[in-house]
Design a protein around this ligand. Structure first.
Ligand SMILES: Nc1ncnc2c1ncn2[C@@H]1O[C@H](COP(=O)(O)OP(=O)(O)OP(=O)(O)O)[C@@H](O)[C@H]1O
Ligand SMILES: [Mg+2]
Length: 596
């Protein structure tokens, strides 16, 4: 370890470490006090000897010099009693040592040197090296003056021809060297002590941060379970209402008051369904339609929509990373993330500003702490959405991902935006990191695991076709355990011309299929049912009736169903399903020819 002669050994710690710093300072002060006391005591002994041994005519001058020194020491010590900073202690030690050195040299001019002088000189040099922990260089100043000055004074005042200076000079040199080494060792030890204390503190801090993250992630986890449970049950209820409402509207005369009422009701149901969907997203229980895509392509596709949504006085700056790796995500959900983050950024910049969206590849070398989780090392694609708006304080930041947390006035925000972002990202195996400070803007970073596969091109929906509700005459087997929802879905499909066979679960569906003599074109099944779930049913039935098309529906899946059982391109609809969406999907499936 290089020895720095000019700087004080001090921990560089944050302001909250004041107590720690003071503790070390107290040790320094005690050490300085002990050294000074030792030197003063020795000085008093030497002075007593001088009074007895020095020539009478010199006693006056010697007494004056010694008295001045004792007075100077007294004044210095009294005035620095409450001394409380290392810099002041260093300065005081230096001033006092120089005062000491000068009086020592002065006295040597007034009387012949004796053996006592040499001994006292040596002990004092050592004591001075021990004086506080000021920079090593300034600690050597005083002993150096004492050594050289005394030797010169001894030579100058030499009256005793037998007195030989050389042994003294050698001794002084040796003691100086010893003092320096001893002092340097103290210096090094002290530095080590600081370093290990600092390391300890750093690791304690890191541990605290980890515990906090863990607590946060547990909190989100249990919140997710509660919210997900409620949302799941609501989903089926809303599904029934949505289907019934649609049928009702068709039956009511257009333009009638009842028709308008039904429209209003359906509007409310749709809002409820939207809310439920967000809650399911937060609880990571929404079924994701995972596709391997390029984030750059997704961002580029979404950019126009964002510009339209976030208004005129906000501009969007997009910077897409080169050679970006692909990610496995639900493209629609990533667009939702972008939209939510961009809208938040807009709200944070009431006076206008720039939302900057960036993509880049990042490889994490070590486990990295994210906002509510730990990211494993590995390659990621990072989507950054940053604004230079109002920013957030620590307290706000710790809550932003909780559902219904909002700082916006009533009616302006539901507090579900970031909750869904969080859920979607976590469910996709990714992580979120937020950096923000009041007045300093906010940066959201979405880390998504990079995959080695090549991205598939996304097809864009045709707007014109979306208005048309197609029907047909094929036969559909509908397996759904919720009786009301089953009935309503069957009615909706029936009204479009299809023949609908109903089953209450997988086993029942197999029985119904067995009993049915004619052709069976499509199986529409819920995923989770009491006796035999959707995937098992689809497998069984496809084996018995080759060419059968299958459409899965669910409002709720745990991770196993969401990612494992369902293949990425298995046709799937998220409940609650709008009758028109169902009709379109059914038609689309029936119209696709089996490849080969
Ligand atoms: N870019 C940002 N700058 C400053 N604060 C933000 C930013 N993004 C989010 N916040 C804070 O986080 C809170 C929660 O955001 P979230 O998107 O979840 O809900 P919301 O925007 O209030 O409502 P919603 O998005 O449901 O309409 C916001 O109310 C706001 O205080
Ligand atoms: Mg929001």
């Amino acid at each position: 370890m290089p020895l720095n002669l000019f700087s004080r050994v001090e921990p560089t710690l944050g302001p909250d470490e004041e107590a720690y710093r003071l503790h070390f300072f107290a040790t320094d002060r005690a050490q300085a006090r002990a050294s000074a006391t030792l030197v003063l005591t020795l000085m008093a002994i030497v002075f007593a000897l001088e009074l007895r041994l020095a020539p009478m005519d010199r006693i006056g001058a010697i007494t004056v010099v010694r008295s001045v020194f004792f007075t100077f020491s007294l004044v210095l010590f009294v005035s620095l009693r409450g001394l409380n900073t290392p810099a002041v202690l260093d300065r005081a030690s230096l001033v006092w040592s120089i005062g000491f050195a000068l009086q020592f040299v002065l006295v040597a001019l007034f009387r012949p040197p004796t053996g006592v002088d040499t001994t006292a000189l040596l002990v004092m040099i050592l004591a001075m090296y021990g004086l506080a922990s000021s920079p090593l260089a300034s600690r050597t100043v005083a002993p150096a003056i004492v050594s050289v000055g005394s030797l010169l004074a001894f030579t100058y005042t030499r009256r005793d021809p037998d007195f030989s200076l050389w042994p003294s000079a050698v001794m002084v040199a040796i003691v100086n060297a010893l003092g320096f080494v001893f002092s340097a060792r103290l210096h090094t030890q002290r530095r080590r002590q600081f370093q290990s204390e600092m390391q300890l503190r750093a690791s304690l801090k890191e541990r605290d941060a980890l515990i906090e993250r863990l607590r946060q992630s547990h909190k989100m986890e249990s919140m997710g379970r509660i919210v997900g449970g409620v949302a799941h049950d609501f989903n089926n209820i809303l599904g029934t209402m949505l289907t019934t409402g649609s049928l009702l509207i068709d039956e009511l005369p257009a333009g009638s008051a009842a028709h308008a009422d039904a429209e209003t009701m359906l509007g409310a149901v749709r809002r409820g369904a939207e809310l439920t969907k967000q809650l399911l997203a937060f609880s990571r229980q929404q079924v994701l339609e995972l596709k391997v895509v390029s984030l750059n392509e997704l961002v580029a596709d979404t950019q126009r929509m964002l510009m339209r949504t976030i208004g005129e006085n906000i501009s969007i700056s997009v910077s897409l990373g080169d050679h970006l790796s692909a990610v496995r995500v639900d493209p629609g959900q990533v667009q939702q993330i972008l939209l939510n983050l961009a809208v938040n950024a807009r709200d944070a910049m009431p006076g206008g500003g720039v939302v900057s969206i960036r993509t880049r590849n990042v490889t994490l070398e070590v486990p990295t702490i994210m906002s509510h989780s730990m990211a494993e090392p590995g390659p990621y694609v990072v989507l950054t959405v940053a604004d230079d708006g109002t920013g957030m304080d620590e307290r706000t930041m710790s809550k932003i991902f909780e559902p219904f947390f909002t700082t916006k006035p009533k009616g302006r925000g539901t507090g579900l935006g970031l909750a869904t972002v969080f859920g979607i990202v976590e469910q996709s195996g990714g992580h979120v990191r937020v950096e923000s400070a009041p007045g300093a803007g906010t940066t959201f970073e979405i880390f998504l695991p990079a995959v080695a596969e090549r991205p598939v091109r996304r097809d864009t929906p045709h707007d014109a076709a979306e208005l048309h509700v197609p029907g047909g005459s094929e036969t559909i087997l509908l397996a759904e355990d919720d009786p009301e929802l089953r009935l309503m879905t069957a009615r909706a499909l029936g009204s479009l011309g299809y023949t609908v066979l109903q089953a209450t679960d997988g086993i029942d569906a197999l029985r119904v299929a067995q009993d049915h003599q004619g052709s069976l074109d499509l199986l529409t099944t819920d995923m989770i049912m009491p006796a035999m779930g959707g995937t098992a049913l689809a497998r069984e039935l496809s084996a018995r009736r080759p060419g059968l098309k299958v459409l899965f529906m669910s409002g709720y899946t745990d991770d196993a169903v969401g990612r494992g059982e369902l293949k990425p391109d298995d046709p799937f609809l998220q409940k609650p399903v709008e009758p028109t969406v169902l009709a379109r999907k059914v038609r689309q499936l029936l119209d696709t020819r089996k490849a080969g």
